[in-house]
Ligand binder design. Structure first.
Ligand SMILES: Nc1ncnc2c1ncn2[C@@H]1O[C@H](COP(=O)(O)OP(=O)(O)O)[C@@H](O)[C@H]1O
Ligand SMILES: [Mg+2]
Length: 261
């Protein structure tokens, strides 16, 4: 498994030319009162790329994701996701993406199957469509045997995979995962990353936030956010070269200690 993760990292996906972007933002900004949570950020994510969004707590990761998912209006700037404008076409953005929120929004008192049925209904899938897709997804995430268990009774790693399945029900092209591995043990974290690779292998674009620096090594490119801005955006290998660092943890520490404001 480690080898698979490592070889993916070496072959990091490169952004396609203009027009090949799954996500593109320009000077995207969000303030809360006088506080700038996201401060004029610009970047593109190529189709099929695993794009990591890193940063300390409060750096602005979730605020950015919520804007990209059409859940929060930007204060300024522009963005498109899957070709749809995040301001004018936010409803279509929502239908074309999968979103796994930082706190898994599952119903603890419903079973795994019932949760997926509920979310399938929200996406407008037919009853038959839901049943088929649910079987397929639960098998692919290794939860086929847990279908009738209450979500509240499951370990965090299983909840996490249920939440991923819910985000994938309508087979979206772009998936936003906000700290999906937070609070999950290292073994479950690695197997979750294999699921992320399977998605990318099928051409899906994965936009994932994490504060685990080891996970950033598995991404094609990473953006490191600091105080609402993008402090660095590159392939992890090149970032380590640039900062003469042995690990991404070291890169991150250097960036955090830089004075830039
Ligand atoms: N609805 C809100 N109202 C006021 N401040 C907010 C709101 N949402 C986020 N913030 C603030 O914006 C900053 C960035 O938050 P967030 O995007 O959640 O960071 P991250 O996900 O990187 O931890 C934080 O200082 C947070 O307190
Ligand atoms: Mg967050």
């Amino acid at each position: 498994m480690g080898e698979r993760l490592a070889s993916k990292r070496e072959g990091g996906r490169r952004p396609a030319g203009l027009g090949g972007f799954a996500v593109e933002v320009h000077e995207l900004t969000r303030s809360f009162g006088s506080f700038l949570a996201v401060d004029h950020i610009s970047f593109g994510v190529a189709k099929g790329e695993i794009f990591g969004f890193l940063g300390a707590n409060g750096a602005g990761k979730t605020t950015t994701i919520r804007m990209l998912c059409g859940l929060l209006l930007p204060s300024a700037g522009t963005g498109s996701v899957g070709g749809y404008d995040i301001i004018r076409d936010s409803e279509r953005v929502k239908l074309n993406i999968g979103y796994m929120s930082q706190r898994f929004s599952l119903y603890e008192d419903l079973t795994v199957a019932e949760n997926l049925e509920f979310f399938g209904g929200i996406y407008g899938l037919t009853r038959r469509g839901i049943v088929e897709r649910r079987r397929e997804l639960l098998e692919s995430v290794g939860l086929a045997g847990e279908s009738d268990k209450l979500v509240g009774s499951l370990p965090v790693g299983f909840k996490q995979r249920t939440a991923l399945s819910a985000a994938l029900l309508h087979d979206p092209e772009i998936v936003f995962l906000d700290e999906p591995t937070s609070g999950v043990d290292p073994v479950a974290r690695r197997s979750f990353w294999l699921l992320i690779y399977e998605l990318a292998d099928r051409g899906k674009t994965v936009f994932v936030t994490t504060h685990y620096m080891d996970e950033s090594e598995y991404c094609g490119r990473v953006a490191i956010m600091k105080l609402g801005r993008i402090a660095a955006l590159e392939n992890p290998h090149r970032l380590k070269e640039r900062y003469r660092a042995a690990s991404m943890q070291e890169v991150f520490m250097r960036i955090e200690s830089e004075k830039d404001r």
